[in-house]
Design a protein around this ligand. Sequence first.
Ligand SMILES: C[S@@+](CC[C@H](N)C(=O)[O-])C[C@H]1O[C@@H](n2cnc3c(N)ncnc32)[C@H](O)[C@@H]1O
Ligand SMILES: [Zn+2]
Length: 275
Amino acid sequence: MSNFICPKCEQPLTKAGNQWQCPDRHSYDTARQGYTNLLLVNQKKSKNPGDDADMVRSRTLFLDAGFYQPISDAVNALVTRSGSVLDIGCGEGYYTDRLAKHLASAKSEALVIGLDISRDAVKVACRRNKTIRWLVASGARPPVAPQSIDTVITLFTPLMPAGLKHALSDNGEVITAYTGKRHLYELRAQIYDDVNMDEYSPILAMQDAGFECVEETRVNFRIQPNTNEQLQALLAMTPHRWKVSPDKAAQFALLASLDIEVDVVLNKFRRQQTS
Ligand SMILES: C[S@@+](CC[C@H](N)C(=O)[O-])C[C@H]1O[C@@H](n2cnc3c(N)ncnc32)[C@H](O)[C@@H]1O
Ligand SMILES: [Zn+2]
């Protein structure tokens, strides 16, 4: 038994060899890299949904250089529930892996699941940690048993409140990360004449879905990428990559280093208590 459910009929999946199967014999292969594909064709809006291989490679190069370790440490510090953890939109697994290692070092017997709609991302994530269950699946309807997860983390990923409601246990907690208004200010100033200072907050959408915010932490620090490869990787892992004009891209290609502000807001949510 596991706490995975069939994405077609929502009955429990059991493992048979390198397949997962439900009582109605819907079956899902585990790839040789170790991940399981629980994404149905009708859940895809394109052939290869989610981040593409180039974006994934850039993210790995940048994250493995340690620039965002303070964000990962702050996320780990917010995880205080014992039990199962689900990372929705785990990408190439940097944060999932560091959280699993953090929980293991605290002798917490957590089941950690990393889920992303991008197969390219999950393939890379698989290499990071074999103790994590890696799934290609949609966060809109995570294929886990209802209310079976004690902590959901969802970092820099489109908010999917219905998926969170489905997965999270009654006393469970959700931890989100979104970019603050000053995030990557100096990088954006290289690309745009007017830098947008809006800040997205998940609080209202989460309230509408029945979650209350119980903690908010701003993680603010500076980084100094000092090769153009690192700067290109940082740009390529953000949506700004699609918006650079050819002129600005040519200028950016000449930059050898940049001092950049990182500004990220972490929120922790619980289900609103109904009296
Ligand atoms: C900006 S990346 C963040 C990845 C990772 N959390 C990190 O911070 O490194 C957003 C991720 O959300 C994934 N994603 C987008 N829509 C999704 C969905 N419906 N279900 C699951 N993952 C999704 C993308 O494939 C991508 O890996
Ligand atoms: Zn089924």
